[in-house]
Design a binder for this molecule. Structure first.
Ligand code: URA
Length: 269
């Protein structure tokens, strides 16, 4: 009986997924991607012994029934990225508005269904109003370009413009200090609304702050990466922040492995 319910749940999810793709006009692209041969390595998901995250996570690893959990995404009807960006630019909800040059709502059309979420704007981002345009940004741009060059997702052109890139905090913390819990609580509804509008296929959390917020549990990147989580209807993976890779180049290899995981999850149902 439980097995029968599980099959029905999976079929429901698959139908929803296909209708969402069709709504976005991505049916063809999805068919191209799904038709291609992608490395058949099984994903590491829902291994209760592996991830260093608590079972109380608001977001569940794939394979765990999330039907009893409330949806993590709340969005006013008719919400748009432009509307959210306008609100972010005028936001005075926390003290960071006093020290920012400009707010950084996020960038990209999100048409590939891939969203990268970082921590908070740095000095260059604060100056230009765009996320990931400093040294970490250069590395993220290179990673995205390499994904495209290597055709990591066969038939799908990956670029900064076609992805969406945003942050947990929309304003720069002075001296690039860590975001404070109160700032995350105040600012994160903007990110959640962006995700609700974008309905991404895969969310990539860059670093601890994005990962802990969207997975809904504390953990290390080393413990959380390699697992595929759910955020609403999106898949979610965790990897090291580009700044961590700049500090420690040994992280570059695991980040590339995580991009390969992203590619596999992108084409799998
Ligand atoms: N730039 C951003 O926009 N976000 C980060 O997390 C780091 C640099």
């Amino acid at each position: 009986m439980a097995e029968h319910d599980e099959v029905r749940r999976l079929a429901r999810e698959a139908r929803l997924e296909l209708s969402r793709e069709a709504e976005r006009g991505r049916g063809d692209l999805w068919a191209i991607a799904a038709g291609e041969k992608v490395s058949p390595r099984p994903r590491r998901a829902a291994d209760p012994a592996a991830p260093a995250v608590s079972a109380a996570s608001a977001t569940a690893a794939i394979g765990v029934d999330t039907s009893d959990l409330p949806p993590p995404v709340v969005s006013p009807p008719g919400d748009t990225l432009e509307q959210i960006a306008a609100e972010v630019r005028g936001c005075t909800k926390c003290g960071l508005h006093e020290t920012r040059t400009q707010a950084v709502p996020g960038v990209g059309r999100g048409t590939t269904g891939i969203v990268f979420v970082g921590e908070a704007p740095g000095a260059e981002e604060d100056r230009r109003g765009e996320p990931f345009v400093g040294r970490s940004g250069d590395l993220l741009t290179k990673i995205i370009a390499a994904m495209d060059e290597k055709q990591l997702i066969p038939g799908v052109s990956v670029s900064r413009e076609a992805a969406f890139i945003g942050n947990v905090l929309k304003c720069r913390p002075p001296e690039n200090r860590n975001p404070m819990p109160q700032e995350i609580e105040t600012c994160s509804p903007y990110l959640r609304r962006q995700l609700a509008v974008l309905k991404p296929r895969v969310i990539v959390c860059l670093g601890k702050f994005a990962a802990e917020l969207l997975v809904g549990a504390k953990g290390t990147i080393g413990g959380m990466r390699g697992t595929v989580y759910r955020y609403g209807d999106s898949k979610l993976i965790v990897t090291y922040h580009p700044a961590a890779c700049l500090r420690n180049p040994a992280y570059k290899r695991p980040v590339w492995e995580d991009m390969q995981l992203l590619a596999r999850e992108y084409v799998s149902p």
